[in-house]
Design a protein around this ligand. Structure first.
Ligand SMILES: [Zn+2]
Length: 298
């Protein structure tokens, strides 16, 4: 048996060797402590060649038997069909391109491409020993990712759930009106406040700035609304919160809003839980998904 490798394109490019449900050697680009690079500025071919290099760095000449690679957006049949926050990847047949690039290094492993938040959900399931349960996760960063495990056929772009009918809510990276990401995502917060970074908005809210306080309530209500929609479609359960902006979540407030939005008794009993180190879990999940080769990711 060769190595099982996970790849992730979330803020950085990450590659890790996964043994069982544990993460071994990891390489990232840009390297830790180096410059911060917006992945938007990396051309698709540069991304493929960088991932090839990172895989060479972690495998150290050993054989590879499977590779699972998580990317933001709609990823189906090995193709990144749409990726609002990494537009250069739209239409990229990433699985075939990575396989072709790795052939040059005599790595003949199949590449399974999947949504990065789905990889995270699979990683949570694998490491928490809950492979049978329904796992849902919100990844809160520049955009809003929604991951679900087990994988199931469909699109599942719940980050673009409509949570507002106000036509002025137009800040989503995909261009759609009233979307969750258009309120909760960092890109949208910057467009709304123009002269404030997201962390400044949340800090201003803590200091009682009226506009920021109002926005932070709306931010939580938007996340609760999309969660409520998921509960009404898929039933109640545990919702994990991950990504850099999970730090801003007031779990009590979010739970209160959710309770206001879900009243039918069989649908009660959802919980929120914040997951740290989500990139580790997503790498594990990407690798594990590749070994499972479930219908959604084939
Ligand atoms: Zn959208």
């Amino acid at each position: 048996m060769g190595l099982s490798i996970g790849v992730l394109a979330t803020r950085y490019l990450w590659v890790g060797v996964v043994e069982g449900n544990r993460l071994g050697a990891v390489a990232m680009y840009p390297a830790p402590g180096g410059d911060i690079l917006d992945l938007k500025s990396l051309r698709a071919d540069e991304m493929v060649s960088t991932i090839r290099q990172l895989i060479a760095d972690v495998r150290k000449g050993e054989e590879v038997s499977s590779i699972g690679a998580g990317f933001p957006g709609i990823v189906r049949n090995g193709v990144i069909e749409e990726s609002p926050n990494l537009g250069q990847l739209k239409g990229l047949p990433i699985a075939a391109q990575l396989e072709a690039a790795l052939e040059k290094d005599c790595v003949h492993a199949p590449v399974t491409a999947l949504n990065d938040a789905d990889a995270l959900a699979a990683g949570i399931a694998a490491t928490k020993g809950a492979m049978e349960k329904l796992i849902r996760v919100w990844y809160l960063g520049d955009g809003v990712g929604f991951g679900r495990y087990p994988h199931s056929d469909g699109v599942w772009e719940a980050g673009h759930s409509v949570v507002s009918l106000d036509p002025k809510e137009r800040f989503c990276g995909c261009g759609g009106l009233g979307h969750l990401e258009g309120i909760v995502g960092n890109r949208a917060i910057r467009l709304r406040f123009l002269d404030m970074e997201p962390e400044e908005v949340f800090a201003a809210s803590r200091h009682g700035d009226a506009r920021a306080v109002e926005f932070v309530k709306r931010w939580h209500r938007a996340l609760a609304a999309a969660t409520a929609t998921s509960v009404h479609l898929d039933g109640p359960g545990r919702f994990y919160l991950a990504g850099p902006n999970a730090d801003y979540v007031d779990v009590e407030l979010l739970s209160m809003y959710l309770q206001d939005m879900v009243k039918m008794s069989p649908l009660q009993g959802s919980h929120f839980e914040i997951v740290p180190t989500s990139h580790d879990l997503a790498l594990i999940g990407a690798a594990v998904s590749a070994t499972l080769r479930s219908p959604r990711v084939l």
